[in-house]
Design a protein around this ligand. Sequence first.
Ligand SMILES: Nc1ncnc2c1ncn2[C@@H]1O[C@H](COP(=O)(O)OP(=O)(O)OP(=O)(O)O)[C@@H](O)[C@H]1O
Length: 731
Amino acid sequence: FPPMPQSLNHPLHLLLCDAPWSKSSLPDSDSDLDHDPEQESNPQPPQPPPQRQKGEVYRVWLASRVPSQRNGGYSTAGAQRPLTRANLRLAQRIAELCVPQILHIFWSRHPVRTFFMVAFSFIRGTFPVFKGYTHALIINEVQSLISSGHYTWSHLIRLVAAEFVRLAAEKSLDTFATNNELFVQNSARYLVEYKQMEQRVRLDIPTLSDPTVRDLLAESDLFVSSFQGAGGFGLLSPFDLIRIFSLLSELASHVFVLSTISYGPLSILAFAISFLSAAYPLVQSSLLPRTYRFDSPVYSEDEIRLTEKQEQMRQLSLSDTHRPEVMLFGLGPWILQTWATARQAVLGLHSSQQSSHSPSSLFSHFNVAEVIAALQNLPFVLMLQTSTSLGSLALYRSSVQSIVYTISTLFITLQMAVQGVFLMGAFCASMEIEPFLQPKKGSQVKYVSTSGGMKIEARNLSYTYPGCSEPALRNVSFTLEAGETLAVVGYNGSGKSTLGKVLSRIVDFNSGELFINDVDVRRYDPAELHKATTAVFQSFCKYNGTVAENVGVGYIPDLDHPTALRRAVHLAEGDHIVRSLPHGINTRLDALGLDSMSYSSAGMGASGTRAPWTSHGLSGGEWQRIALARAFMRAHQPEVHFLLFDEPTSALDAHAQNKIFQTIDTIARGPDADESAPRVKTVLFITHRLSVARRADKIAMMQDGSITEFGTHDELLKLGGSYAALYQASV
Ligand SMILES: Nc1ncnc2c1ncn2[C@@H]1O[C@H](COP(=O)(O)OP(=O)(O)OP(=O)(O)O)[C@@H](O)[C@H]1O
């Protein structure tokens, strides 16, 4: 392999797991995938492909990526690999490693159909030869009819009838083969898309924020897109690869026909001239300066950049979310201008790229084309000197032309296949990525709840966001006993939300230690910790769905449980919101907040009332209550021990805010407990409202990523530091 730049060696190697296609990682027999009623019985279950060395596909894929001068990293994801010998070797290695896995996908799902698909692709390749042969027979018969006057009408009619039979057989076989291929293709497409989704939902934020992982996933997505069918996204799918068989059999059958009708030095000369004259236009076009090709499977870095820019501008022009700012800042002309520049470059409409159509070039094409036309008649003259029939000549000519076009198609297909192999490598390698936060095998321990909440102990935690130079957290240390309440306060940008994300195991930390219930947090499966946590993040989500869905996703088992949903809404003081909505809890919410600005009247009934499918907008405070209700859906579950609220009431009025904090406190003490009962859940809330913060058992004052003051409200006031100053200012 070509040497990998040291600076680009990436810790992703550490994320790669052992057996990407192991039985456990594939959907098991009870999963949805096996519920396909049309799945064929497989007499001999295929053996899983041999397991390859850990991370090997990733390493080969990475080696194929050319370091880019532009950004000091690798070339853009999806950029074309030059067809160097080294890259061909890499493609070969990826094919060796991945093709068995991909074939296994097809074969394991529908072995019989897959067999027919490959067999038909061979048979279809011979169709043109049969066609040429029957045409030749008919021409011969007509020729002998005209030249000798010998009456062979019945023979001719039989030949024409045979041609009809051939056509009908070809058509029905073709239809059957196409349907079969479509079925296998859809099935395989479903499976790769499933694998892609399955892997995507597993990956955590630290993994996804890794640039190499993002590139890997981008190329993997291109591979999955290629399953959209022939020509989808201009990519070559593994099904197009099967077409190579068809091309090979077509080539072989034409060569066979030629060998039966041409012999002797004259024929060889005729063949050579025919071949060259048919091939010349192709050679000539490949020698011309390359212009943008729409069917190109992968593009150069510049083409990708321009395509991205053009797409970005197109999205901006169509997006409802951005419409207010587009209007407000008058971005229309800028969007149009930027799009037009990128689009013109992509379509090759710039003047520099039109040079190939200059008059002198056209003139030379014209002259050469005439010479070629004259040359193509030469073989006929040569062959007519032998006793060859007119039918053979027609067959000869069509076969030679077919050979040339088949070879050129084969060449282009193989070229695309090489690029496709790298995308396939990205897909296989992406399946091997283990989420960054996942504990290493052997070190994992099960999260065991302790009665009375979650104990959290941070020791010198530091964290810097990827790509940033300044840390967002610096040496943060504190202990929060089980059942205690901590308020985190501080100035904007001091690291409060980041601390919340680190503690809830959404992002990792770079140095220091974090203990949950006296166990190193890195030894827990994050999914287990998340089951024991509920949260409202500062930038909470607004789902494009009904109120019930927006609330219910907080605890999926109760998603369809009206009583649980109503209770959560009630705890968040959202009953009046639901009552005011046209379809109550089943009203669709407009997550973009632009419903009222919609310029379409679609969805309005004849009476001007809203149809059930139209979405309804909410105010900022109302959305916050929905987010709170979502967190409350699971907050009271006995397995939840940690409640995290990041600015949960920033958009609520003072009265509502007090009630919400009262509710949080009640939930933290457990069901049916009175106000003096000890808390059974640990609570951390981040707030700028110090009147709320003072209720907490402990307060952490954050400044510039560090906890500068820590203690009770009274202790911090006595200290007379930043908290005291902030508190005095707020009252
Ligand atoms: N995704 C991110 N990528 C890079 N830097 C980030 C990211 N999120 C936050 N930061 C930076 O980290 C620092 C701490 O941000 P954080 O959101 O934790 O502050 P905060 O105290 O919650 O602020 P606020 O009170 O305004 O909500 C800031 O300097 C911010 O610019």
